[in-house]
Design a protein around this ligand. Structure first.
Ligand SMILES: CC(C)(COP(=O)(O)OP(=O)(O)OC[C@H]1O[C@@H](n2cnc3c(N)ncnc32)[C@H](O)[C@@H]1OP(=O)(O)O)[C@@H](O)C(=O)NCCC(=O)NCCS
Length: 297
C-alpha cells in the first residue's frame, strides 16, 4: 500500500481545484454516473475547498472537497477516483486532507457515504449515524391521493428571496448549522422547485427545495417537524417535475417512504451518513425528510 502510494505521489500533484477545472471535475462525476451539473461544481468549488490529484499532463484523476457550514461541522464530498487510479490510496489521502481542513477550523467532518466510500471512511475514524435511501422515479404515475389533507389553516406557497433570512434561521435548528449560502444558491438556480408551508400567523412549518441534475431533478432539502406537511411539500415540488426525479430520504421516515413507493419511486442505492469521532447525529433526523444531496448535506 505504502509503495503504491509513493509511486502515485511521484506521478501526481495534489492541488486546489479552481473554476477552470469544472469541465474535468464534471467528467469525474459523470464517470461515476453521478447527477451533478456544472452549477453544482461551481457552487462547491467557490464556497468550499476543493482539491484533486493531477497528472503531469494536467489531467484530474481524483477529487474531494470540504464544505464548511456556519457552525460546528462541515461536509466532505465529491470523493471520486477515476477507475484506473483506484486502490492506490488516493481517496484515503484526499479524505485526510479534507479532515485536516475542517478540523483546523474546529469543525467535525460529516459525509454521506456510498457503499464503496464507507469502507474507506470507517478506517479513518468515521462512524455510522443513519441510513438514507436514494429513491428514483423514472416513470410519472398519475397523482394518488395524499395520505392526509392539510388543515385549512396551513398554506403552501413559493419561496421568495425575502423569505430567505427567516427560512435559514428556522432551518438551522433542524440542520444544526447555518446553511443560508446553500439555500440561497438553490433558490436562485431553481425557484420553481422552492416551496414553504406556513400557518395563518405566517409561522414557518416546513420547506422544500430542489435542483435540476444531469440525469434527474433532485428534490431536497425537505425539512418540517410534521410528516404530513413534508409529504405535501414534496408533492407540490413533484408537480413541477416532468422528467426523472431523485429524492434522498432517511430510512427512519417510513410513512414518507411508503407514500413515495405508492407514487412510483423505488430505491436506487443507499448512503450512510457518517461523522468523524461522533456517534450521535449533528442534525434533528426526525425533521429532515430529504437531504439536499449526499454532496451537500
Ligand atoms: C470509493 C473510491 C473513492 C475509493 O477510492 P480509492 O482511491 O480506490 O480508495 P483507496 O485506495 O484510498 O482505498 C483505501 C482502502 O479502502 C478499501 N476500499 C476502497 N475501495 C473499495 C471497494 N470498492 N471495495 C472494498 N474495499 C475498498 C480498501 O481497504 C482499500 O485499501 P486496499 O486498496 O489496500 O485494499 C473509488 O472507488 C470511487 O471513486 N468510487 C466511485 C465513487 C464513489 O463511490 N465515491 C465515494 C463517495 S462517498
Amino acid at each position: 500500500m505504502l509503495e503504491s502510494m509513493s509511486a502515485s505521489e511521484d506521478q501526481l500533484e495534489l492541488r486546489q481545484l479552481t473554476p477552470i477545472e469544472i469541465p474535468q471535475a464534471l467528467e469525474l462525476s459523470k464517470e461515476a454516473h453521478w447527477n451533478q451539473v456544472s452549477d453544482d461544481w461551481k457552487f462547491m468549488i467557490t464556497e468550499g475547498k476543493a482539491f484533486g490529484f493531477f497528472t503531469h499532463e494536467d489531467n484530474l484523476v481524483a477529487s474531494a472537497l470540504a464544505l464548511p457550514f456556519q457552525g460546528t461541522f462541515g461536509w466532505i464530498s465529491m470523493v471520486l477516483v477515476t477507475s484506473i487510479w483506484r486502490r492506490k490510496g488516493l481517496a484515503t489521502r484526499l479524505l485526510q486532507r479534507g479532515i485536516e481542513i475542517l478540523e483546523a477550523d474546529e469543525k467535525t467532518p460529516i459525509l454521506d457515504a456510498t457503499d464503496a466510500g464507507r469502507k474507506v471512511y470507517l478506517s479513518l475514524g468515521f462512524n455510522d449515524l443513519y441510513l438514507i435511501s436514494r429513491l428514483e422515479r423514472s416513470v410519472i404515475k398519475t397523482a394518488k391521493t395524499l395520505p392526509t389533507d392539510l388543515p385549512p389553516s396551513i398554506a403552501i406557497r413559493q419561496i421568495d428571496e425575502s423569505d430567505l433570512t427567516l427560512l435559514a434561521a428556522w432551518d438551522e435548528q433542524f440542520f444544526g448549522a447555518d446553511r443560508s449560502i446553500l439555500l440561497s444558491n438553490l433558490l436562485h438556480r431553481n425557484p420553481h422547485l422552492a416551496f414553504l408551508a406556513e400557518d395563518t400567523s405566517k409561522s414557518l412549518l416546513g420547506f422544500a427545495m430542489g435542483r435540476i441534475g444531469r440525469d434527474a431533478t433532485q428534490i431536497g432539502p425537505v425539512v418540517s417537524s410534521d410528516p404530513v406537511i413534508a409529504i405535501h411539500l414534496i408533492q407540490t415540488a413533484l408537480r413541477q417535475c416532468k422528467e426523472a426525479v431523485f429524492i434522498d430520504v432517511p430510512n427512519h421516515h417510513e410513512e414518507t417512504h411508503k407514500w413515495l413507493s405508492k407514487i412510483g419511486f423505488s430505491c436506487q442505492r443507499n448512503f450512510m451518513r457518517m461523522g468523524k469521532s461522533i456517534t450521535d447525529p449533528i442534525d434533528q433526523p426526525g425533521a429532515i425528510f430529504a437531504i439536499a444531496g449526499p454532496e451537500l448535506g
